[in-house]
Design a protein around this ligand. Structure first.
Ligand SMILES: NC(=O)c1ccc[n+]([C@@H]2O[C@H](COP(=O)([O-])OP(=O)(O)OC[C@H]3O[C@@H](n4cnc5c(N)ncnc54)[C@H](O)[C@@H]3O)[C@@H](O)[C@H]2O)c1
Length: 400
């Protein structure tokens, strides 16, 4: 393994789908890793009556297993980023040189259930990030913040999407300005608000930050999680938290038609979970300069929803039906999509592209847990056009 500079890295949201494997990866690469989480993601499962397809162990158990397997320790800090005192205390105790921030409510449908879920999502995400910015500014402004944003911040404009900034000439004058954002849910809007707050903090306090506008992630296994079954990360396929390719693989395995929303021309940037880990590490080991707010578009390929469905149908050995269902979202079902994503490649990212072996390995993961699939959880239940959607498990339930 090549030599890397050892950093003290705090992973916020380290009990989640991406945070956990990222923490393991960074630990294995020789960094000192601390994990922060308040387990609210597990609570959303209880609220919605759904579960990760792949069983996941409690964080403390996973951390102990990692120590047994690798001999490497990770510190854990259990608390809520919306609690400013907790955030300050954690930074004081761990003294990070870098922070990777995954700890947000990340489901667009969840944020669109009703008013209270929208308010919860924006409060959790925006306030958590603001508390973090203040804690960094007050404690140590040299800490590099690597924040997970989303490609969904940009929406689907009819021009090329650039990496964060756009050169604009207006009435004969030219400037490089933040790329206009047209997000598609209150969740995506929370990320836009975060981006503005982070950029402002870099400008006024000289903080250093990298905003990773990430595409939709697929996959479940990484070089570290496969070392022991108890190190597994979650795998969501339900209509609220499931990401599209993961959901299609589950549908193929259980003989359910692949449910394409609307025409299926919705095109999005995608990446393999192993590339998420590599991108975060590249951002950490090539930090932003003092006062710099930089944006990387973190995805490797784009596909339309129909293309993804066809890819799964063509790869899966059995018969697969594709069904177009009414699109519960308000989004363009056919549109222009071309987004720049060169900055991480320039830093050395070597992508895992979406080819048959990747889909086969995903299908194999699903096959091992097929008896845990809850068919009822797959159908979309949240309607963008309504201000309140009735959920199967949530009659009379209020947001957290
Ligand atoms: N999964 C994807 O395809 C994808 C795509 C683009 C961007 N992202 C972004 O990456 C990040 C991680 O995504 P994920 O899929 O791992 O989500 P996840 O929900 O599995 O993980 C997020 C973790 O953060 C924790 N958390 C949430 N709010 C918290 C708070 N206030 N205090 C402490 N902990 C809190 C949750 O308990 C959870 O463990 C998110 O910010 C998400 O928006 C994910």
């Amino acid at each position: 393994m090549e030599e890397v500079a050892r950093l003290r890295i705090l992973v916020l949201g380290g009990d989640g789908y991406l945070g956990w494997p990222t923490a393991l990866h960074l630990s294995r690469r020789g960094h000192d890793v601390g994990v922060v989480d308040n387990f609210v993601r597990r609570q959303y499962d209880h609220e919605m009556g759904v579960d990760s397809l792949v069983p996941i162990r409690q964080l403390q158990h996973r951390v102990r297993t990692w120590e047994d397997v690798s001999g490497l320790r990770m510190e854990t800090y259990i608390g809520d980023l919306t609690d400013a005192a907790f955030v300050e205390r954690t930074l004081e105790r761990f003294e990070p040189e870098a922070i990777v921030h995954f700890a947000e409510q990340r489901s667009a449908p969840y944020s669109m259930i009703d008013r209270s879920h929208a308010v919860y999502t924006q409060t959790n995400n925006v306030v958590g990030t603001l508390n973090l910015l203040y804690a960094i500014a007050e404690r140590d402004r040299s800490i590099h913040l690597v924040k997970l944003g989303t490609m969904g911040e940009y929406g689907t404009p009819n021009i090329d999407i650039e990496e964060g900034f756009l050169e604009i000439t207006h009435k004969g004058r030219t400037d490089v300005l933040p790329y206009p954002k047209q997000p598609g849910s209150f969740y995506h809007l929370s990320k836009v608000h975060d981006s503005h707050n982070i950029q402002f903090a870099c400008r006024i306090w000289g903080l250093r930050a990298t905003d990773l506008n990430q595409g939709i992630v697929y996959g479940q296994e990484t070089g570290e999680t496969v070392l022991h079954p108890d190190l597994a990360t979650r795998f969501d396929y339900d209509g609220i938290f499931g990401t599209v390719l993961n959901r299609f693989c589950v549908q193929a395995v259980v003989g359910h038609p692949l449910t394409v929303y609307g025409k299926g021309g919705q095109t999005r940037g995608m990446l393999d979970i192993r590339d998420t880990l590599a991108c975060v590490e590249l951002a950490l080991t090539n930090p932003a300069a003092e006062g710099e707010f930089r944006v990387f578009n973190q995805f490797t390929e784009s596909f339309s929803v129909s293309q993804m469905a066809a890819l799964v149908a063509d790869t899966y050995p059995g018969t697969v039906r594709i069904e177009h269902v009414e699109d519960p979202r308000v989004e363009k079902e056919e549109h222009y999509y071309r987004a720049a994503h060169t900055k991480l490649l320039d830093l050395g990212l070597v992508p895992h592209l979406l080819e048959a072996p990747t889909i086969q390995s995903l299908v194999a993961v699903v096959d091992r847990h097929r008896d845990r699939v809850d068919f009822d959880a797959i159908r979309p239940s949240v309607q963008w056009r309504k201000t309140t959607s009735a959920l199967r498990a949530a009659v009379g339930t209020n947001a957290l």
